[in-house]
Design a protein around this ligand. Structure first.
Ligand SMILES: Cc1cc2nc3c(=O)[nH]c(=O)nc-3n(C[C@H](O)[C@H](O)[C@H](O)COP(=O)(O)O)c2cc1C
Ligand code: SF4
Ligand code: SF4
Length: 272
């Protein structure tokens, strides 16, 4: 089966998972998930969607992509929700979203990696990060085995009560996400290199005459804060003391490639 993988990432975890998966699968191609302004028609036997969990649900970018995805009804659709330990009801949400398009999610997997959600702290101690990389590598092999057999199975999910609570928080926060960039600020370390602006998948950062400014069409991927080489971007009050994170095998060049794919289109408004 020819398989196409679509990936979206803020700090490289999902890209790393997608690359591991592509290595395990026969005949798999990997593309960055576009930020589409019109439908994306995909001709492949299998289509995989790989993305980070945001606020216990789907990132805006993924919602928009899925809403524009055109595949035949017999396409084997699967997903990997890359997270920091709380996948909650994200894959159920994806399943429902696909159903509204008369498409069925054959399988959906959770893979846990270090957290990039810096407003709540750093990625954790290095030994815990390494344990997660090892476990993730093993899980990707299992996932690939299931995909190669076109298995259909119950999607991974959190505990029932958590799903109810976290999905409510997701619903409340989703419409506000694009404006959360008001919490970013830049300290004196900024040397105006422009990398934050180049790495942003929504063209949301303008390099004016002084410091970068955010334009309120943010997806909260956190690429800007995590990839700033000077660690000059802060979010709220606590981030000056938190460690930055990106996946050690993913480079800034990879991220610029993702931005290239997305910045070519006029970024839509914030709505999914
Ligand atoms: C805005 C935001 C919200 C997040 N919410 C969750 C969450 O609900 N559950 C979780 O386990 N991880 C959460 N995370 C952490 C990421 O899902 C996790 O670190 C993921 O591996 C990042 O993948 P990436 O490097 O491909 O962006 C969140 C991260 C961001 C930026
Ligand atoms: S990436 Fe960092 S140093 Fe470079 S312009 Fe942006 S804030 Fe300034
Ligand atoms: S402004 Fe920063 S967090 Fe928001 S979409 Fe752009 S890179 Fe991601």
């Amino acid at each position: 089966m020819k398989t196409r993988l679509y990936v979206y990432t803020g700090t490289g975890n999902s890209l790393w998972v997608a690359r591991q998966l592509a290595l395990e699968l026969k005949e798999a191609s990997l593309e960055f998930m576009p930020n589409p302004s019109r439908d994306v028609e995909v001709e492949a036997g299998g289509v995989g969607i790989i993305f980070p969990v945001h606020v216990w649900g789907l990132p805006i970018h993924v919602v928009r992509f899925v809403n524009h995805l055109q595949v035949k009804s017999e396409t084997y659709l699967f997903a990997v929700a890359v997270n920091a330990g709380q996948v909650a009801a994200t894959l159920l949400q994806l399943q429902k979203l696909l159903l509204t398009r008369n498409l069925s999610l054959a399988s959906g997997y959770s893979v846990a990696l270090p957290s990039n959600y810096i407003p709540w702290g750093g990625p954790g101690p290095i030994d815990r990060q390494e344990r997660r990389f090892t476990e993730a590598r093993e899980k990707v092999k299992v996932i690939a085995g299931a995909i190669l057999q076109s298995q259909r199975q119950r999607v991974d999910r959190g505990f029932f009560w958590q799903n109810i609570l976290f999905s409510s928080i997701y619903k409340l926060s989703f419409p506000r996400i694009c404006k959360l960039d008001k919490n970013f600020w830049v300290d004196e370390k900024c040397n105006r290199c422009g990398i934050c602006s180049k790495v942003c998948p929504t063209n949301n950062i303008e390099m004016g005459d002084e410091k970068p400014t955010w334009l309120h069409r943010c997806e909260q991927c956190l690429a800007c804060i995590q990839w700033c080489p000077q660690e000059a971007i802060q979010y709220g009050k606590k981030t000056p003391k938190y460690q930055r994170y990106h996946h050690p095998e993913v480079t800034l060049q990879d991220m610029l490639h993702q931005a290239d794919v997305n910045q070519k289109v006029v970024s839509p408004t914030c709505k999914g």
